[in-house]
Design a protein around this ligand. Structure first.
Ligand code: MSP
Length: 523
């Protein structure tokens, strides 16, 4: 039977900056989702990459006295390095300077033009380079010295130039109809409502080319113009699949995407512009766009000037890779804003990874090591309490976790997993195998077997979040490498009695509650 496809994407990151916690967050979330789906039997494509054109990158290069190409080559590597540091399992890393990508962008432009949705005009209005976005006068506030400020806080400048436009104003009703027919397209729901009211308030035509710099994809048939960076960037999601060849194997298999994960700040581009471009070009619209929230640092907005931008290296070096991945997925409900605080990190890791899961594994395995000759014990005759725990740790847990993953509710999925670890810890206290050792050694073996089985299931389900630690747990209960996907969750795939287990070693050490050394300033 052929596997069901699942296509997930991160935004592609601007190369004017170093990777920081915000980039790490989106990428880790997509990685956790991609790993979950692979283990759950899907044929996954996970795409990420870098957004290399546009005024912002052009000016960043000029400031450093190098060519934009040199800058992008240099910085794009930092994002690949971030992925290695964070153990990211992307299937493809796309760069918008790839020649195949540029061809795809020109092709989609041509389709939109053929559909009558592009015209040449003159743009006169406000532009924010920081956001690479146009704003209407009514959206702006007055800043110091007569500057105009976008809702994101970015300064805007007045631009006046010849420009091609996309007839976005003509797409409002069709977009609203699309949202209505696809109620799951924009998530979370409160974001959906925001987008709908934005569209209902009336859409202006969108300026989609620039003539004042040339760092971009050329407009077909008019070499004075380069395309607006968002037309270019959004197209990465299909150029990666071989577009304009819509008959290519990957395009046919993976498009439309199952989910584009983005930050809340760039939802409008993904939920308004992108579907309009695609419909205009006669292409299918992705199934879902999920907008997550923003991280602050110790209660403050992160900014270069405050020097409090948290880097992925700082996180991994201070807290550990698995701990960082776990914390980011656990601490905030996906969609909400969150705060990165040292204390919360230490508390989470110690309470949930060290004391709860780590301790369960440690005390079970050390008793098996000491009292069962280091072998998977004979299950003997199971009682109702044993079956009950095994059921909770088997299909029941998988179904609960899968249900949360379907909604990208990573923290709730972890709650369901922690719930099982709590039940197992209560079971071990209640059954007290250390006492049974003298009073009823057969029963002790049954109890330790049931616990080892529970740990096997916990190890399997934890893999997407903490792949290395989960695999160390699975090694310690003797699970073969080819028995680690989710088809092996549940009672019928139990451990084999008599299997010799390696000497147990702790997987989740406690973090010391000391303020870490300040990270090097990233600015
Ligand atoms: N290049 C565009 C995306 C094009 S996608 C076709 C872009 N790049 S970005 O590098 O500026 O931002 C990428 C992502 O980082 C966005 O999803 C944004 O929300 C996210 N974050 C930036 N700062 C963040 C936090 N402080 N917290 C969480 N995510 C944040 O936009």
């Amino acid at each position: 039977m052929s596997k069901k496809p699942f296509y997930i994407t991160t935004p592609i990151y601007y190369v004017n900056d170093k990777p920081h916690i915000g980039h790490a967050y989106t990428t880790i979330a997509c990685d956790v989702m991609a790993r979950f789906k692979r283990l759950d039997g899907f044929d996954v494509k996970f795409l990420t990459g870098t957004d290399e054109h546009g005024m912002k990158v052009y000016q960043a290069a000029a400031k450093q006295g190098i060519s934009p190409q040199e800058l992008t080559d240099r910085v794009s590597v930092n994002f690949r390095d971030m992925n290695r540091l964070l153990n990211i399992s992307e299937d493809q890393f796309i760069r918008t300077t790839d020649p195949a990508h540029k061809k795809a962008v020109q092709a989609i432009w041509q389709k939109m033009q053929d559909a009558g949705d592009i015209y040449l005009g003159k743009y006169a209005g406000w532009y924010s380079m920081r956001d690479e976005a146009f704003y209407g006068e009514d959206e702006l506030t007055d800043g110091p010295d007569g500057t105009k400020i976008a809702p994101t806080g970015a300064p805007c400048e007045w631009v006046e130039e010849e420009s091609y436009f996309f007839k976005l104003s003509a797409w409002g009703d069709r977009l609203l109809k699309f949202y209505e027919e696809h109620p799951d397209f924009i998530q979370p729901d409160y974001r959906r409502n925001e987008v709908i009211s934005f569209v209902k308030s009336g859409l202006r035509d969108l300026s989609i080319s620039r003539t004042t710099f040339d760092w971009g994809v050329q407009v077909p048939g008019d070499e004075k113009h380069v395309m607006y960076v968002w037309v270019d960037a959004l197209t990465n999601y299909i150029s990666a699949l071989g577009y304009p060849d819509t008959e290519s194997e990957e395009y046919k298999k993976y498009w439309p995407a199952d989910v584009h994960v983005t930050g809340k700040d760039i939802l409008r581009f993904h939920a308004v512009y992108w579907p309009a471009f695609l419909m205009s070009a006669g292409l299918e619209v992705p199934k879902r766009v999920y907008a997550h929230g923003w991280w602050m640092a110790e209660g403050q907005k992160m900014s270069k000037s405050l020097g409090n931008v948290i880097s992925p290296e700082h996180l991994v070096n201070t807290y550990g890779l698995e701990q960082t991945r776990y914390f980011m997925m656990r601490e905030v409900i996906f969609g909400n804003d969150g705060d990165f605080a040292h204390k919360s990190m230490v508390n989470r890791v110690n309470a949930e990874l060290a004391n709860n899961i780590g301790n369960l594994v440690q005390r079970t395995l050390s008793q098996i090591n000491k009292n069962c000759e280091g072998q998977v014990p004979d299950p003997g005759i199971l009682e109702d309490v044993d079956h009950a725990l095994l059921n909770h740790a088997g299909q029941e847990m998988l179904i609960a976790v899968r249900n949360e993953f379907d909604k990208l509710q990573f923290s709730r999925a972890l709650e369901a997993i922690i719930h099982v670890a709590n039940l197992a810890n209560a079971y071990i206290d209640e059954q007290a195998p250390w006492t049974l050792k003298k009073t009823n050694p057969e029963r002790m073996k049954t109890v330790l077997y049931v616990l080892a089985e529970t740990i096997r299931n916990l190890g399997l389900i934890l893999q997407p979040f903490v792949p290395q630690a989960a695999n160390r747990i699975l090694d310690q209960v003797g699970v073969a490498p080819d028995a680690r996907d989710f088809a092996f969750i549940g009672a019928q795939h139990a451990l084999v009695k008599g299997t010799l287990l390696p000497k147990p070693e702790g997987v989740f050490p406690r973090l010391v509650d000391e303020e870490p050394a300040a990270q090097e300033k990233t600015a």
